[in-house]
Write a protein that binds this ligand. Structure first.
Ligand code: DPM
Length: 354
């Protein structure tokens, strides 16, 4: 409730400043602003201020394997009480957060799929019709593994930097015929018109948490947790808990070729998960499902502050969240029993040796 967050100022006016930390990239700012706007709408009496931290680690942030580095600065600011909440792309957050932090909100997921952005000279083409040996830019092992297998006539090369940098590299040079990016990020940047093709799950399944925004807070800050909890989208929360539990149980981390596809349909949560060798020639893919009981009915009765794969969602059915987590673990165990560990170990070793 708003009263928890309010305090009297000298003039008797009720207000509290909520400080949101952001990085300086355009995408980070857009994402932070969208969450700030939602909070302003829901809590018109709160003042929100944007604090900017860590403006220099931007390019590092997109390098595979550097993940904890760039969320770290924002967490430091949270820890030092300089900001109250920070907004991330959920897919950039590790499945185990450092102690003292939690994800207090997972917002309704945007289109989670990957998209093709063509060099202007290739307008009208698709991955299928691009000429033999066309170079596709991505540094995602997950994308490269799936697409190499599916489109063997194409070549894949690393491309790094934030979204603005990548678009520039694509358009202003002749190095890449196309690049692959998450549709969600392109949409948030206002670059939807550059999307020439959305990849279906048969072509390329997405990364765990892709397309969803997460609000990270201090785990002990119950006022802020309560405040941001209204931003949770229950279907997204359940899907992402299942996906994150799957990745965590595989001991996947962010830089291994692991992909997922989830759906909520007729009170069922479906999770498809896969692991790939670096060139996609070796892979394992399975689907499992679990029933999710009437969310709204249970909602009022549940009041527990438990984290599941880093997420605190006390207003969403506990049993449904447990079911989602179980689903992720069960699917991981199924793939592990078929040899997923070996595939991932080899992929990791080969990638480290590159
Ligand atoms: C992670 C990956 C990438 C980002 C790996 C993956 C892509 C790296 C690359 C974990 N984080 O997806 O397999 O393309 O070289 C990132 C983007 C977004 C969040 C950009 C993108 C925006 C979309 C979202 C980088 N993190 O994937 O195009 O909010 O989900």
């Amino acid at each position: 409730p708003a009263s928890l967050l309010s305090k009297q100022d000298g003039n008797g006016k009720v207000s509290r400043v909520i400080r949101i930390g952001t990085r300086k990239s355009q995408l980070a700012r857009i994402q932070t602003d969208s969450v700030a706007d939602k909070l302003k709408e829901l809590y018109p009496d709160c003042l929100l201020s944007n604090a900017s931290v860590g403006n220099h680690c931007l390019i590092v942030s997109l390098q595979i394997g550097e993940k904890s580095l760039f969320t770290k600065e924002l967490e430091n600011a949270l820890e030092r009480n300089e900001v109250d909440l920070v907004v991330h792309s959920l897919k950039d957050l590790p499945t185990t957060l450092p102690p003292g932090f939690t994800i207090g909100a997972v917002l309704k997921r945007e289109n989670p799929f990957d998209a093709v952005v063509l060099h202007p000279k290739n307008a009208g083409k698709t991955l299928d019709t691009l000429p033999e040996n066309s170079v596709i830019g991505t540094s995602s092992l997950r994308r490269a593994a799936q697409l190499k297998k599916r489109f063997p006539h194409l070549d894949f090369k690393d491309i790094r930097g934030n979204l603005n940098t990548r678009l520039k590299k694509l358009d202003e040079k002749d190095d890449f015929a196309a690049i692959i990016l998450a549709a969600a990020g392109l949409k948030r940047m206002g670059w939807e018109s550059r999307i020439s093709q959305i990849l279906s799950p048969d072509d390329c399944m997405y990364a765990v948490g892709q397309g969803a925004l997460a609000v990270e807070v201090r785990a002990r800050d119950t006022d802020i947790l309560e405040m941001v909890s209204v931003l949770h989208d229950s279907d997204t929360v359940l899907r992402c808990i299942a996906e994150r539990a799957f990745l965590r149980h595989l001991e996947g981390g962010c830089s291994v070729p692991v992909a997922v596809y989830t759906e909520v349909k007729d009170s069922q949560l479906y999770l498809t998960g896969a692991v790939y060798s670096l060139d996609g020639s070796d892979s394992l893919k399975e689907t499992m499902q679990t029933g999710i009981t009437d969310l709204n009915k249970i909602q009022e009765e549940v009041d527990e502050r438990v984290q599941r794969v880093g997420v605190t969602a006390s207003k969403i059915s506990g049993p449904a969240q447990d079911g989602a987590e179980r689903l992720g673990i069960d699917l991981a165990n199924l793939l592990l029993s078929k040899g997923a560990k070996e595939i991932l170990t080899v992929a990791r070793q080969l990638n480290d040796a590159r």
